[in-house]
Design a protein around this ligand. Structure first.
Ligand code: PMP
Length: 501
């Protein structure tokens, strides 16, 4: 019989499949290692099984014990699968931005899920990692698998993923491209392939462009499970020990828009339904292949399935809300309305005095109105003046701050964090202008944030949205087409830096 004696015996040995359409025009073959084909549906099956077996061997995990992990999902699935088979209890801590599908899957395996707030500094006791550590310490018979610093994580890939790729390509692989989350995949697979090839294989890390690993400032981004973010109030941001940076020969840095659209292209052009991190990895692999010849062979790791992200990466509404999809030209969109650049943001820890001093300073492009909302985040204005839309904590106005001081409601050394109003409603550049206008009218709000590529791009007034809607209606009445802006370049605001594909 050609059978497996247990589910965990079916972990690994995933197919390596040539990409044939997204690679059009490239002379170098690119093969995708389809990790979603495993029984738990992701690359983390390998690490989970390896960590549990190492813990059993070391006596850290005994019959009836509890596995505790801080995980954004896939490691949890792998651990929960092994735990269900072997009778362990599972408790997972995850950030509240984790997709609903991932949480539902963990619960389906019988795991307990503790949802922690996201956007916290690493030292905060409520941070996913600290919460997992505490639960493990407080639970008799518990073992914290700690994928970030567990040597059994990269070892799983050295033992399985690397040898599989070497065998499947008959030793012809020249380039490995993989995202770096805990670093287990790139470290174990990369070290094996370098060893097997006598150093001939080049290892390329596929990193979100904001990730600390490849030199970004650590601001939040939209692709899940890879890269390293750094919260503005984090004091120490240790890198995982599962990642040995020396293995990576170079990075390709990929913006959210390119990652998300590449994931969509994989589904639509290759029939390969994968997650956002696969989009990052394949986008990087295509760049790598573009610089190579026919004798080279690129392998890219596809970590999980797009089924984990049907309400995110693969949902048009979600993409449009965060400014990753432009209008289709059939109706006016938010990006068609006249807008003004946002005031560079304030830091939540700034005092009222500091905030007013900043706001009183004249700056080019900044609206002088005292009622103009100024967005506040933990990091404040980044070096490039751009704020990720998801990091906005709230807003203040110069007039509001002065009124609070004058009335005695606030002191000049209070942090603005204590005086925040909710942020203005936010709309993606490609959302219908009429819909945004109706939402503002319903909320009796006058101003909205315009989001492009997940970033705060501009502010738009209700009157400007109304004019955009009216302009379209007038044009339609006269039988004219609505004037369109070029793709991704909303009207009335300066073009942002190009984001690639
Ligand atoms: N992509 C997805 C979807 C993942 O779940 C993970 C694991 N965090 C990775 C990529 C990165 O893998 P690794 O932790 O081995 O670096």
């Amino acid at each position: 019989m050609d059978v497996h004696t247990s589910l965990t015996a079916a972990v690994g040995n995933t197919p390596l499949v040539r990409l044939n359409r997204v690679t059009a025009g490239l002379g170098t073959p690119v093969y995708a290692k389809l990790e979603y084909a495993g029984p738990g549906g992701s690359v983390k099956d390998r690490a989970a099984l390896s960590m549990v077996e190492a813990a059993e061997e070391a006596g850290l995990l005994r019959p009836g014990g509890t596995i505790v992990e801080g995980t954004s999902g896939n490691t949890g699935v792998g651990l929960a699968m092994v735990a269900a088979q072997r009778g362990y209890r599972c408790v997972f801590t995850l950030p509240d931005k984790t997709s609903a599908e991932k949480i539902a899957v963990l619960r389906a395996y019988g795991a307990e899920v503790v949802v922690c707030p996201s956007g916290l500094p690493r030292e905060d006791p409520r941070h996913v990692f600290n919460a997992a550590k505490r639960i493990a310490a407080d639970t008799p018979g518990a073992w914290h698998s700690n994928q970030y610093d567990n040597p059994a994580n990269p070892a799983a890939h050295f033992r399985t993923t690397g040898p599989e790729i070497w065998r499947q390509t008959d030793g012809r692989v020249t380039h490995l491209v993989a995202g770096v989350g805990t670093g287990g995949t790139v470290t174990g697979t990369g070290e094996y392939l370098k060893q097997a090839s006598g150093g001939r294989v080049t290892v390329v890390g596929a990193d979100p462009e904001a990730s600390v690993y490849s030199g970004g400032d650590g601001r939040p981004y939209f692709v899940e499970s890879i890269g390293l973010v750094r919260h503005a109030e984090t004091v120490e941001n240790p890198w995982p020990e599962s990642y040995r940076p020396a293995v990576v020969d170079r990075f390709e840095r990929i913006g959210d828009r390119e990652s998300l659209h590449t994931a969509r292209r994989l589904a639509r052009e290759e029939g390969l339904l994968a997650g956002g991190s696969a989009g990052t990895a394949v986008a990087a692999a295509l760049r790598v292949a573009a610089g190579l010849g026919p004798e080279d062979l690129v392998v890219v790791v596809v970590p999980d399935s797009g089924r984990n992200y049907l309400s995110k990466v693969h949902d048009d509404g979600w993409l449009r809300r965060w400014g990753f999809l432009d209008g289709d030209g059939t109706h006016p969109v938010v990006g068609d309305a006249r807008s003004v650049p946002p005031v560079p943001g304030l830091r939540a820890s700034d005092t009222v005095k500091q905030a007013l001093a900043t706001l009183d300073e004249p700056a080019p492009g900044r609206p002088a109105e005292a009622d103009h909302p100024v967005l506040v985040s933990a990091a404040g204005a980044r070096a490039d003046g751009v704020m990720t839309a998801s990091e906005v904590l709230g807003s203040v106005t110069a007039r509001g701050l002065r009124t609070a001081l004058d009335s005695g409601a606030a002191r000049s050394d209070d942090p603005v964090r204590s005086l925040l109003a909710p942020p203005p409603p936010a709309f993606g550049v490609g959302e219908p202008a009429a819909q945004a206008l109706a939402a503002l009218e319903e909320k009796a709000a006058d101003i909205a944030v315009v989001v492009l590529d997940g970033r705060v791009h501009a502010l738009v007034r209700r009157a400007a949205l109304a004019a955009a809607v009216r302009g379209a209606r007038a044009g339609q009445a006269a039988g004219d087409a609505v004037p369109r802006q070029p793709e991704g370049r909303p009207g009335g605001v300066p073009a942002q830096d190009a984001h690639g594909g």
